[in-house]
Design a protein around this ligand. Structure first.
Ligand code: AMP
Length: 353
Protein backbone atom coordinates (compact mmCIF):
# COMPACT_ATOMS: atom_id res chain seq x y z
CA UNK A 1 0.00 0.00 0.00
CA UNK A 2 1.33 3.40 -0.99
CA UNK A 3 1.96 5.61 2.03
CA UNK A 4 0.27 8.92 1.21
CA UNK A 5 2.15 10.74 3.96
CA UNK A 6 5.59 9.84 2.63
CA UNK A 7 8.31 12.44 3.05
CA UNK A 8 11.32 12.11 0.77
CA UNK A 9 14.61 13.72 1.78
CA UNK A 10 16.86 14.84 -1.06
CA UNK A 11 20.51 15.76 -0.55
CA UNK A 12 21.44 18.66 -2.81
CA UNK A 13 19.41 21.61 -4.01
CA UNK A 14 20.22 22.12 -7.70
CA UNK A 15 18.19 21.63 -10.87
CA UNK A 16 18.17 17.82 -10.68
CA UNK A 17 16.71 17.92 -7.20
CA UNK A 18 14.23 20.57 -8.33
CA UNK A 19 12.95 18.39 -11.16
CA UNK A 20 12.75 15.34 -8.88
CA UNK A 21 10.83 17.37 -6.29
CA UNK A 22 8.33 18.31 -9.02
CA UNK A 23 7.88 14.63 -9.92
CA UNK A 24 7.42 13.76 -6.25
CA UNK A 25 4.82 16.50 -5.81
CA UNK A 26 2.74 14.94 -8.59
CA UNK A 27 2.38 11.83 -6.42
CA UNK A 28 1.69 13.88 -3.30
CA UNK A 29 5.10 13.02 -1.88
CA UNK A 30 6.53 15.88 0.16
CA UNK A 31 10.19 16.67 -0.38
CA UNK A 32 12.61 18.09 2.15
CA UNK A 33 15.82 19.36 0.60
CA UNK A 34 19.12 19.35 2.48
CA UNK A 35 21.58 21.79 0.95
CA UNK A 36 24.47 24.07 1.81
CA UNK A 37 23.11 26.66 -0.62
CA UNK A 38 20.77 29.53 0.29
CA UNK A 39 17.96 30.10 -2.28
CA UNK A 40 18.71 26.77 -3.95
CA UNK A 41 16.72 26.01 -7.15
CA UNK A 42 15.06 22.98 -5.52
CA UNK A 43 13.90 25.07 -2.54
CA UNK A 44 11.54 26.91 -4.89
CA UNK A 45 9.37 23.81 -5.27
CA UNK A 46 10.13 21.72 -2.17
CA UNK A 47 7.93 21.40 0.90
CA UNK A 48 10.83 22.43 3.13
CA UNK A 49 14.56 23.12 3.01
CA UNK A 50 17.08 22.40 5.72
CA UNK A 51 20.34 24.27 5.28
CA UNK A 52 23.56 22.77 6.53
CA UNK A 53 27.06 21.79 5.48
CA UNK A 54 27.29 18.50 3.57
CA UNK A 55 29.61 17.10 6.25
CA UNK A 56 27.74 18.43 9.30
CA UNK A 57 26.74 15.10 10.84
CA UNK A 58 24.56 16.68 13.52
CA UNK A 59 22.57 18.75 11.01
CA UNK A 60 22.25 15.70 8.76
CA UNK A 61 20.88 13.68 11.67
CA UNK A 62 18.25 16.37 12.29
CA UNK A 63 17.32 16.21 8.61
CA UNK A 64 17.01 12.41 8.80
CA UNK A 65 14.53 12.76 11.70
CA UNK A 66 12.16 14.71 9.44
CA UNK A 67 12.06 12.32 6.45
CA UNK A 68 11.17 8.68 5.70
CA UNK A 69 13.62 7.93 2.86
CA UNK A 70 16.71 9.74 1.62
CA UNK A 71 18.18 10.02 -1.87
CA UNK A 72 21.01 12.02 -3.40
CA UNK A 73 21.45 13.54 -6.83
CA UNK A 74 24.87 14.95 -6.22
CA UNK A 75 27.78 12.58 -6.57
CA UNK A 76 30.23 14.59 -4.54
CA UNK A 77 28.26 14.02 -1.35
CA UNK A 78 30.80 12.91 1.29
CA UNK A 79 30.58 9.15 1.77
CA UNK A 80 30.89 9.56 5.54
CA UNK A 81 27.71 11.65 5.52
CA UNK A 82 25.83 8.95 3.63
CA UNK A 83 27.09 6.26 6.02
CA UNK A 84 25.97 8.40 8.97
CA UNK A 85 22.51 9.00 7.50
CA UNK A 86 22.05 5.27 6.94
CA UNK A 87 22.04 4.77 10.71
CA UNK A 88 18.72 6.63 10.81
CA UNK A 89 16.90 6.18 7.49
CA UNK A 90 17.31 4.21 4.26
CA UNK A 91 19.52 6.01 1.74
CA UNK A 92 19.04 5.03 -1.91
CA UNK A 93 20.73 4.22 -4.25
CA UNK A 94 23.21 2.15 -2.25
CA UNK A 95 26.41 3.94 -1.17
CA UNK A 96 28.49 1.51 -3.25
CA UNK A 97 27.32 3.25 -6.42
CA UNK A 98 28.40 6.59 -4.99
CA UNK A 99 31.75 5.19 -3.91
CA UNK A 100 32.41 3.84 -7.41
CA UNK A 101 31.36 6.96 -9.26
CA UNK A 102 33.33 9.30 -6.99
CA UNK A 103 36.69 7.99 -8.16
CA UNK A 104 37.63 7.51 -11.82
CA UNK A 105 40.06 4.62 -11.28
CA UNK A 106 37.57 2.79 -9.06
CA UNK A 107 34.90 3.40 -11.71
CA UNK A 108 37.02 2.15 -14.61
CA UNK A 109 38.19 -0.89 -12.62
CA UNK A 110 34.55 -1.71 -11.79
CA UNK A 111 33.52 -1.37 -15.45
CA UNK A 112 36.45 -3.42 -16.77
CA UNK A 113 35.83 -6.14 -14.15
CA UNK A 114 32.29 -6.43 -15.53
CA UNK A 115 33.74 -6.90 -19.02
CA UNK A 116 32.74 -3.39 -20.09
CA UNK A 117 35.33 -1.73 -22.29
CA UNK A 118 36.78 1.70 -21.55
CA UNK A 119 39.65 3.61 -23.10
CA UNK A 120 43.06 2.37 -21.91
CA UNK A 121 44.00 4.11 -18.70
CA UNK A 122 46.90 4.33 -16.28
CA UNK A 123 47.14 5.59 -12.69
CA UNK A 124 49.61 8.51 -12.49
CA UNK A 125 50.66 10.91 -9.80
CA UNK A 126 53.73 12.76 -11.06
CA UNK A 127 54.99 14.32 -14.30
CA UNK A 128 57.63 11.55 -14.44
CA UNK A 129 54.88 8.90 -14.57
CA UNK A 130 53.47 10.51 -17.73
CA UNK A 131 56.92 10.84 -19.30
CA UNK A 132 57.39 7.13 -18.64
CA UNK A 133 54.03 6.39 -20.29
CA UNK A 134 55.08 8.26 -23.41
CA UNK A 135 58.16 6.02 -23.57
CA UNK A 136 56.30 2.79 -22.91
CA UNK A 137 53.19 3.29 -25.09
CA UNK A 138 52.71 4.45 -28.67
CA UNK A 139 50.54 7.37 -27.54
CA UNK A 140 51.44 10.95 -28.45
CA UNK A 141 48.91 12.53 -26.07
CA UNK A 142 46.88 11.72 -22.96
CA UNK A 143 44.07 13.33 -21.03
CA UNK A 144 45.10 13.61 -17.40
CA UNK A 145 42.11 13.79 -15.06
CA UNK A 146 41.75 14.17 -11.32
CA UNK A 147 40.21 11.00 -9.93
CA UNK A 148 37.81 12.98 -7.78
CA UNK A 149 35.57 16.03 -8.11
CA UNK A 150 35.93 16.46 -11.86
CA UNK A 151 32.90 17.54 -13.86
CA UNK A 152 32.13 19.46 -17.05
CA UNK A 153 35.78 19.28 -18.09
CA UNK A 154 37.04 20.65 -14.76
CA UNK A 155 40.01 18.81 -13.33
CA UNK A 156 41.40 17.60 -16.64
CA UNK A 157 44.18 18.62 -19.02
CA UNK A 158 45.47 17.30 -22.32
CA UNK A 159 49.21 16.65 -22.44
CA UNK A 160 51.25 16.08 -25.61
CA UNK A 161 54.54 14.23 -26.02
CA UNK A 162 56.42 17.18 -27.55
CA UNK A 163 55.26 19.68 -24.95
CA UNK A 164 56.50 20.85 -21.57
CA UNK A 165 53.38 19.98 -19.57
CA UNK A 166 54.64 20.63 -16.03
CA UNK A 167 52.45 23.71 -15.66
CA UNK A 168 49.23 22.02 -16.90
CA UNK A 169 49.99 19.05 -14.69
CA UNK A 170 50.53 21.30 -11.67
CA UNK A 171 47.21 23.06 -12.28
CA UNK A 172 45.41 19.83 -11.30
CA UNK A 173 46.68 20.35 -7.71
CA UNK A 174 46.59 16.68 -6.70
CA UNK A 175 48.57 13.51 -7.20
CA UNK A 176 45.46 11.31 -7.33
CA UNK A 177 45.26 11.22 -11.13
CA UNK A 178 44.45 9.03 -14.11
CA UNK A 179 45.98 9.24 -17.59
CA UNK A 180 43.46 8.26 -20.28
CA UNK A 181 44.28 7.42 -23.87
CA UNK A 182 42.45 9.85 -26.12
CA UNK A 183 39.52 8.29 -27.97
CA UNK A 184 39.00 9.38 -31.54
CA UNK A 185 35.25 9.07 -31.21
CA UNK A 186 32.59 9.39 -33.88
CA UNK A 187 29.92 10.22 -31.29
CA UNK A 188 29.21 10.36 -27.59
CA UNK A 189 26.10 8.57 -26.40
CA UNK A 190 24.47 7.83 -23.07
CA UNK A 191 21.87 5.50 -21.64
CA UNK A 192 19.63 6.06 -18.63
CA UNK A 193 18.23 3.09 -16.73
CA UNK A 194 15.86 2.85 -13.79
CA UNK A 195 15.54 -0.13 -11.46
CA UNK A 196 13.13 -0.72 -8.59
CA UNK A 197 13.28 -2.81 -5.42
CA UNK A 198 11.77 -5.83 -7.20
CA UNK A 199 14.71 -5.78 -9.64
CA UNK A 200 12.61 -4.57 -12.56
CA UNK A 201 14.90 -2.71 -14.92
CA UNK A 202 13.83 -0.29 -17.67
CA UNK A 203 15.78 1.97 -19.99
CA UNK A 204 15.34 5.06 -22.10
CA UNK A 205 16.53 4.93 -25.68
CA UNK A 206 20.24 5.80 -26.01
CA UNK A 207 20.83 9.42 -26.99
CA UNK A 208 23.60 11.33 -28.76
CA UNK A 209 25.35 14.05 -26.78
CA UNK A 210 27.26 16.99 -28.19
CA UNK A 211 29.59 18.95 -25.92
CA UNK A 212 30.91 22.52 -26.13
CA UNK A 213 33.90 23.40 -23.94
CA UNK A 214 33.49 19.97 -22.26
CA UNK A 215 29.95 20.87 -21.12
CA UNK A 216 26.91 19.09 -22.52
CA UNK A 217 25.41 21.37 -25.17
CA UNK A 218 22.86 19.25 -26.99
CA UNK A 219 21.17 15.87 -26.62
CA UNK A 220 19.43 14.21 -29.56
CA UNK A 221 16.84 11.59 -28.63
CA UNK A 222 16.80 8.90 -29.76
CA UNK A 223 20.28 8.21 -31.16
CA UNK A 224 20.03 7.16 -34.81
CA UNK A 225 22.71 4.46 -34.89
CA UNK A 226 23.07 0.80 -35.80
CA UNK A 227 21.15 -1.41 -33.34
CA UNK A 228 24.23 -3.43 -32.42
CA UNK A 229 25.96 -0.28 -31.14
CA UNK A 230 22.91 0.83 -29.17
CA UNK A 231 22.45 -2.72 -27.89
CA UNK A 232 26.01 -2.80 -26.49
CA UNK A 233 25.41 0.48 -24.63
CA UNK A 234 22.11 -0.69 -23.14
CA UNK A 235 23.55 -4.06 -22.16
CA UNK A 236 26.47 -2.45 -20.34
CA UNK A 237 24.17 -0.07 -18.42
CA UNK A 238 22.00 -3.05 -17.39
CA UNK A 239 25.09 -4.90 -16.16
CA UNK A 240 26.09 -1.92 -14.01
CA UNK A 241 22.59 -1.52 -12.55
CA UNK A 242 22.22 -5.21 -11.73
CA UNK A 243 25.72 -5.53 -10.32
CA UNK A 244 25.14 -2.80 -7.73
CA UNK A 245 21.52 -3.82 -7.14
CA UNK A 246 20.39 -0.34 -8.15
CA UNK A 247 17.28 1.18 -6.65
CA UNK A 248 16.91 4.46 -8.49
CA UNK A 249 18.23 5.86 -11.75
CA UNK A 250 21.70 5.89 -13.23
CA UNK A 251 23.27 6.92 -16.48
CA UNK A 252 26.29 5.61 -18.37
CA UNK A 253 28.12 7.78 -20.92
CA UNK A 254 30.02 6.21 -23.81
CA UNK A 255 32.32 7.02 -26.70
CA UNK A 256 31.44 5.34 -30.02
CA UNK A 257 34.40 4.89 -32.37
CA UNK A 258 34.32 4.75 -36.17
CA UNK A 259 34.96 0.98 -35.87
CA UNK A 260 31.75 0.60 -33.87
CA UNK A 261 33.44 0.10 -30.50
CA UNK A 262 31.47 1.31 -27.50
CA UNK A 263 33.72 2.52 -24.66
CA UNK A 264 32.19 3.50 -21.33
CA UNK A 265 33.45 6.83 -20.00
CA UNK A 266 31.47 7.69 -16.88
CA UNK A 267 28.69 6.51 -14.60
CA UNK A 268 26.38 9.11 -13.06
CA UNK A 269 24.67 7.65 -9.96
CA UNK A 270 21.51 9.69 -10.52
CA UNK A 271 19.27 11.29 -13.16
CA UNK A 272 21.45 12.91 -15.80
CA UNK A 273 21.49 16.06 -17.91
CA UNK A 274 21.27 13.88 -21.04
CA UNK A 275 17.87 12.68 -19.78
CA UNK A 276 16.16 16.04 -19.31
CA UNK A 277 14.30 15.59 -22.61
CA UNK A 278 12.36 12.70 -21.01
CA UNK A 279 10.19 15.25 -19.13
CA UNK A 280 8.62 16.53 -22.35
CA UNK A 281 9.04 13.65 -24.81
CA UNK A 282 8.12 10.60 -22.67
CA UNK A 283 5.14 9.49 -20.63
CA UNK A 284 7.35 9.05 -17.55
CA UNK A 285 10.50 11.13 -17.09
CA UNK A 286 13.79 10.01 -15.55
CA UNK A 287 12.79 12.04 -12.47
CA UNK A 288 9.43 10.25 -12.20
CA UNK A 289 11.25 6.92 -12.32
CA UNK A 290 13.85 8.00 -9.77
CA UNK A 291 11.20 9.11 -7.27
CA UNK A 292 9.16 5.96 -7.88
CA UNK A 293 12.14 3.64 -7.40
CA UNK A 294 13.46 5.21 -4.19
CA UNK A 295 9.93 5.44 -2.74
CA UNK A 296 9.46 1.67 -3.21
CA UNK A 297 7.06 2.11 -6.15
CA UNK A 298 7.35 0.32 -9.50
CA UNK A 299 9.38 1.75 -12.35
CA UNK A 300 7.44 1.80 -15.63
CA UNK A 301 8.79 0.97 -19.09
CA UNK A 302 8.95 4.47 -20.56
CA UNK A 303 7.29 5.36 -23.84
CA UNK A 304 8.88 8.09 -25.98
CA UNK A 305 6.00 9.79 -27.79
CA UNK A 306 8.10 12.37 -29.67
CA UNK A 307 11.58 12.69 -31.04
CA UNK A 308 13.35 15.46 -29.21
CA UNK A 309 16.38 17.68 -28.99
CA UNK A 310 17.48 19.16 -25.67
CA UNK A 311 19.68 22.25 -25.59
CA UNK A 312 21.34 23.43 -22.40
CA UNK A 313 21.19 27.13 -21.61
CA UNK A 314 24.66 27.82 -20.27
CA UNK A 315 25.62 31.23 -18.86
CA UNK A 316 24.40 34.02 -21.15
CA UNK A 317 22.41 31.56 -23.34
CA UNK A 318 19.62 32.06 -20.86
CA UNK A 319 19.11 35.58 -22.21
CA UNK A 320 17.64 33.95 -25.34
CA UNK A 321 14.74 32.53 -23.39
CA UNK A 322 12.20 34.95 -24.95
CA UNK A 323 12.91 33.41 -28.35
CA UNK A 324 12.19 29.93 -27.01
CA UNK A 325 9.03 31.08 -25.25
CA UNK A 326 7.55 32.05 -28.63
CA UNK A 327 8.67 28.89 -30.42
CA UNK A 328 6.27 26.00 -31.17
CA UNK A 329 6.91 22.53 -29.69
CA UNK A 330 9.51 24.07 -27.40
CA UNK A 331 9.48 23.53 -23.65
CA UNK A 332 11.55 26.01 -21.69
CA UNK A 333 12.87 25.00 -18.27
CA UNK A 334 14.54 27.67 -16.15
CA UNK A 335 16.25 26.61 -12.96
CA UNK A 336 15.74 29.86 -11.07
CA UNK A 337 19.42 30.62 -10.49
CA UNK A 338 19.86 34.32 -9.78
CA UNK A 339 23.41 34.85 -10.89
CA UNK A 340 24.45 34.19 -14.49
CA UNK A 341 28.02 32.87 -14.63
CA UNK A 342 30.03 31.53 -17.58
CA UNK A 343 29.66 27.74 -17.72
CA UNK A 344 26.73 27.72 -15.27
CA UNK A 345 23.72 25.63 -16.26
CA UNK A 346 20.85 28.12 -16.08
CA UNK A 347 18.13 26.11 -17.81
CA UNK A 348 17.39 23.96 -20.85
CA UNK A 349 14.92 23.72 -23.69
CA UNK A 350 13.42 20.58 -25.17
CA UNK A 351 12.27 20.90 -28.74
CA UNK A 352 9.87 18.19 -29.88
CA UNK A 353 10.39 17.04 -33.46
P1 AMP B 1 34.44 13.64 -18.57
O1 AMP B 1 34.65 14.63 -17.46
O2 AMP B 1 35.25 12.40 -18.43
O3 AMP B 1 32.99 13.36 -18.82
O4 AMP B 1 34.94 14.38 -19.90
C1 AMP B 1 34.26 15.47 -20.46
C2 AMP B 1 34.36 15.42 -21.97
O5 AMP B 1 35.75 15.46 -22.39
C3 AMP B 1 33.81 14.16 -22.60
O6 AMP B 1 32.42 14.22 -22.78
C4 AMP B 1 34.58 14.12 -23.92
O7 AMP B 1 34.01 15.01 -24.86
C5 AMP B 1 35.97 14.62 -23.52
N1 AMP B 1 36.81 13.46 -23.13
C6 AMP B 1 36.97 12.99 -21.87
N2 AMP B 1 37.78 11.92 -21.85
C7 AMP B 1 38.16 11.68 -23.11
C8 AMP B 1 39.00 10.70 -23.73
N3 AMP B 1 39.63 9.75 -23.04
N4 AMP B 1 39.14 10.77 -25.09
C9 AMP B 1 38.52 11.73 -25.80
N5 AMP B 1 37.73 12.69 -25.28
C10 AMP B 1 37.54 12.68 -23.95
Amino acid sequence: MFNHDLILGILGGGQLEKMSAMSAAELGIKVIIYTDEQDAPASQVAYKTINGALDDLEALEQFAQHVDIITYEFENMPLESIKHLQKFKPVLPDERLLEISQHRIREKTFLNDLGIKTTNWHPVSRVEDVEKLFKETNQSAFIIKTNRFGYDGKGQVKVKIDQDFKKEFGSLKTTDLIAEEIVDFMAEISVIVARDKTGRLVNYPPVVNEHKNHILHKTIAPAEMPPEILGKAIEAAYKVANEIDLIGVLSVEYFVTAEGEVLANEIAPRPHNSGHWTIDACDFSQFDQHVRAVCALDVIPPYQHSKAEMINLIGDDVKECDKYLRQEKTHLHLYGKKEIRPGRKMGHVTILK
